[in-house]
Design a protein around this ligand. Structure first.
Ligand SMILES: NC(=O)c1ccc[n+]([C@@H]2O[C@H](COP(=O)([O-])OP(=O)(O)OC[C@H]3O[C@@H](n4cnc5c(N)ncnc54)[C@H](O)[C@@H]3O)[C@@H](O)[C@H]2O)c1
Ligand SMILES: [Zn+2]
Ligand SMILES: [Zn+2]
Length: 412
């Protein structure tokens, strides 16, 4: 499958980024332009199919249709697992969102492009985006938001998938989870939901920028707007929370509290810049009171990176009155949340953040360069590496809290 049959050379425009300090690569380069034997044909390939909620994924042979108008077909090289995949499988459990191919934190190479595609060509390195940027809708045109009206989530938020899928298995359409479906050797996505990245980017690490790291980092630097010298608290030390800690640190926070019920996460939190570590289970009073005592009335910024409505309330209550800002990052849509109005009357701000507030298609290539230039960490999030066949093991490791990010190889 996916045999490269011809090789031509083309050149890439000069990058405006400074010379890299870390990997020494995010610059202009001569690139290889591959022509694929599979262009225009249905591809049969392997994918991990979630047939229904709450059951293990099954490796199946699926068919992937050629890309249609404005779409590109991507050979997925690597993917990692994010808690939102687990949310769909075990917590959201909306049967209308199945059967599906999960996975939305991947990276790969363009196999072929459909009619009208202007932004990509075969051989480009890419990151699929669960949040699109069409550049034309009222949201894309507004600098105040990173939402896009062309995204699958505008119409199909409840089912977490767009029914206009290009994937089939055993004669049935298979939904593309979050419009991406990276637990598959190939997938088809509209060009407005794909970022073209540097030719030298290591796909097995920059795939993390397709969701978790961009989300947590941006929630701190963009949505919260953490300021130098401030005191922050991040709830939940998964990859999203750790990335939020990294954002607080890079924004110049002087003190960063890492809050988690799993103390094994604290060692990693230190690596990303956390200065203080709190396990709410170790106290016989609310952790918001503990934080208030330790910070003379509460933190300047708090970020909820768990996906639990009780923790969302606690994070708000942990902020200082007058100017405290609390940001919801954790994903849940199964319960309402509540808070006492005085929390907001007293001058606190409660906000939410999707994909870290980043306009996706514009920002992900820059974040790839930030990694290659040593400005942000990615390697430290990766605790496990496996093959796609072991996807259920990777999911279990996330579930039991043993893993921060597991990168799964899909194809060479
Ligand atoms: N807003 C977005 O755009 C977006 C994007 C990606 C992920 N998410 C969401 O972010 C959340 C985190 O994702 P992740 O991949 O880092 O998940 P994860 O499962 O790896 O990490 C969650 C962490 O929260 C901790 N935790 C659980 N209960 C807690 C509690 N009561 N108090 C403190 N800590 C607690 C766990 O021990 C774990 O370390 C999920 O809800 C995910 O769906 C949101
Ligand atoms: Zn995610
Ligand atoms: Zn748009």
């Amino acid at each position: 499958m996916g045999i490269f049959n011809a090789l031509t050379l083309s050149s890439q425009p000069l990058s405006t980024n400074p010379m890299p300090k870390k990997l020494g690569h995010c610059t202009n380069s001569i690139r290889l332009h591959w022509e694929m034997a599979t262009a225009g044909k249905v591809i049969k390939c392997r994918a991990a199919v979630a047939w229904e909620p709450n059951v293990p994924l099954i490796m199946e042979e699926i068919e992937v249709a050629p890309p249609q108008e404005s779409e590109i077909r991507i050979k997925v090289v690597v993917t990692s697992v994010c808690h939102t995949d687990l949310y769909h499988l075990f917590e959201g459990k909306d049967k209308r969102g199945f059967p599906t191919v999960l996975g939305h934190e991947g990276a790969g190479v363009v196999e072929s492009v459909g009619p009208g595609v202007t932004d990509f060509k075969t051989g480009d390195k890419v990151i699929p985006l669960f949040l699109s940027q069409c550049g034309k809708c009222r949201f894309c045109k507004c600098p105040k938001t990173n939402l896009c009206d062309s995204s699958w989530s505008t119409k199909y938020h409840d089912t977490m998938a767009d029914p206009s899928t290009r994937l089939t298995c055993r004669g049935q359409p298979i939904l593309q989870f979050m419009g991406t479906s990276t637990f598959s050797e190939y997938t088809v996505i509209n060009q407005f939901a794909v970022a073209k990245i540097d030719d030298n980017a290591p796909l097995d690490r920059v795939c993390l920028l397709g969701c978790g790291i961009t989300t947590g980092y941006g929630a701190a630097v963009n949505t919260a707007g953490v300021t130098p010298g401030s005191v922050c608290a991040v709830f939940g030390m998964g990859a999203v929370g750790l990335a939020a800690v990294m954002g607080c640190k890079n924004a110049g926070a002087s003190r960063i509290f890492a809050v988690d019920i799993n103390e094994q996460k604290f060692e990693k939190a230190k690596v990303f810049g956390a200065t203080d570590f709190l396990n709410p289970k170790a106290y016989n009073k609310p952790i918001s009171e503990v934080l208030a005592e330790l910070t003379n009335g509460g933190v300047d910024y708090s970020l909820e990176c768990v996906g639990n409505t009780e923790v969302m309330r606690t994070a708000l209550e942990s902020c200082v009155k007058g100017w405290g800002v609390s940001v919801l990052v954790g994903w849940t849509d199964v319960k309402d949340f509540s808070a006492r109005p005085i929390q907001l009357l007293s001058g606190k701000t409660w906000k939410g953040s999707l994909f870290g507030g980043y306009k996706s298609k514009d920002s992900v290539p820059n974040l790839v360069c930030d990694y290659m230039n040593g400005k942000i960490k990615l390697d430290e999030f990766i605790t496990h590496k496996m093959n796609i066949e072991q996807v259920n093991d990777a999911i279990n490791l996330m579930k039991t809290g043993e893993c921060i990010r597991c990168v799964l190889n899909i194809s060479k």
